[in-house]
Design a protein around this ligand. Structure first.
Ligand code: NDP
Length: 333
């Protein structure tokens, strides 16, 4: 539904993820390319212009960002900012008539997720989440096991997603006003996602606990959270997410055997095994696949593999987990 062969993407926020993953991936994408950037750091402008040959008129800052509406070279705005800025910039991008990719976690709360979804609907633009795993072959194989009941019904599923966060107290991820939470919103969303695509169901109830070994470092944000879920089918599941533990896996016990990804949500390479044997897929940049899938959704009406509603659903679960902790999961020091 567009004349262009390749859609122009503008990355908003030139931090670690844009610099080391998204921009390099956009050099290999088939249906989209790096057309512009939005940055609050003037020194980065020159670096990006030189490195990626970005025309000066496709460079914006946070103040003049809204004038991107007049720039025909930009079709998609990809919001890669601290979590507290996702809603504002996604909504402004939609109002500028641009399609939106919003990084995870979608926003600070469910209300903000609704506001993003509404703004995109009103503007008639597409909205996708930065959930790169949906474009990735190991994850797609897990979804196939679930869809085709390769191992029968899922009885129990567990997922861990965490890393040890050691020595940078100034980072925004430790600042609740910018992050909206700790390990749960940063890494826990991957474990929540694993449980859902690993069962093919949304959970119907949750009970959660929070643990802290370094309260002086994690003053405002959760360090480790465990949560147990029930599903309508009778399946149940657990997650562990942490800024204190290196862990990254999905494991499902089924009626007839089991399947596992370990790691399950790192960039590359993922790995997997099942009770029928090992899995072995070609490793490609997940970000390349993800951005091409979103561009194909816009260009050719291909499915939106990670729509805004999915980001909102995960935020509802995040809120339920925090609610459970505040109600009965007193912090274990
Ligand atoms: P970084 O801290 O590396 O970069 C964030 C960038 O945001 C900064 O470099 C800066 O860019 C801009 N920014 C604007 N205001 C602020 C502020 N007040 N404090 C800090 N930075 C600010 O973060 P990441 O790149 O790691 O993460 C960005 C987003 O991407 C997060 O939402 C995160 O959850 C998500 N992410 C997703 C991943 C995935 O696999 N899907 C992996 C990693 C992150 P500038 O100087 O250009 O203004």
């Amino acid at each position: 539904n567009q004349d262009k062969k390749k859609l122009g993407i503008a990355l908003v926020g030139l931090g670690g993820y844009s610099t080391y993953q998204l921009a390099p991936a956009l050099q290999d994408t088939e249906h989209c390319y790096l057309a512009g950037v939005v940055t609050g750091t003037p020194e980065k402008e020159k670096i990006w212009v030189n490195k990626y040959n970005i025309p000066k008129e496709n460079i914006y800052n946070y103040d003049n960002f809204d004038s991107i509406k007049d720039n025909k070279a930009i079709d998609i705005v990809y919001v890669v900012l601290p979590n507290s800025m996702h809603a504002d910039f996604s909504i402004r991008a939609a109002r500028a008539g641009k399609h939106v990719i919003c990084e995870k976690p979608m926003a600070m709360n469910v209300e903000e997720c609704d506001a993003i979804i509404d703004a995109c609907k009103k503007a008639g633009v597409k909205l996708g989440m930065g959930y790169r795993l949906h474009s990735e072959p190991y994850t797609q194989e897990v979804k196939r096991f679930v869809r085709e009941k390769t191992f029968g019904n899922i009885r129990y599923i567990s997922a861990d997603a965490g890393y040890y966060s050691g020595s940078s107290p100034g980072q925004w991820r430790l600042n609740r006003k910018l992050s909206g939470g700790g390990a749960l919103v940063n890494m826990g969303v991957y474990a929540i996602q694993s449980l859902i695509y690993g069962t093919g169901e949304n959970p119907i109830s949750v009970s959660a606990q929070e643990f802290s070994t370094r309260p002086a470092y994690f003053k405002e944000t959760d360090e480790t959270i465990t949560a147990q879920f029930q599903f309508d089918s009778g399946a149940f599941g657990t997650i562990m997410t942490s800024h204190n533990v290196n862990a990254n896996r999905l494991h499902a016990k089924c009626e007839r055997g089991w399947f596992e990804l370990d790691p399950a949500s790192t960039y590359i390479p993922l790995a997997g095994r099942t009770s029928n044997g090992g899995l072995n897929f070609k490793q490609e940049s997940q970000q390349k696949l993800q951005m091409d899938d979103f561009a194909m959704h816009i260009l050719f009406d291909a499915p939106n593999l990670a729509p805004g509603e999915m980001g909102k659903r995960d935020m509802m679960i995040v809120e339920a987990i925090y609610k459970s902790i505040s109600e009965d999961g007193k912090k274990q020091a």
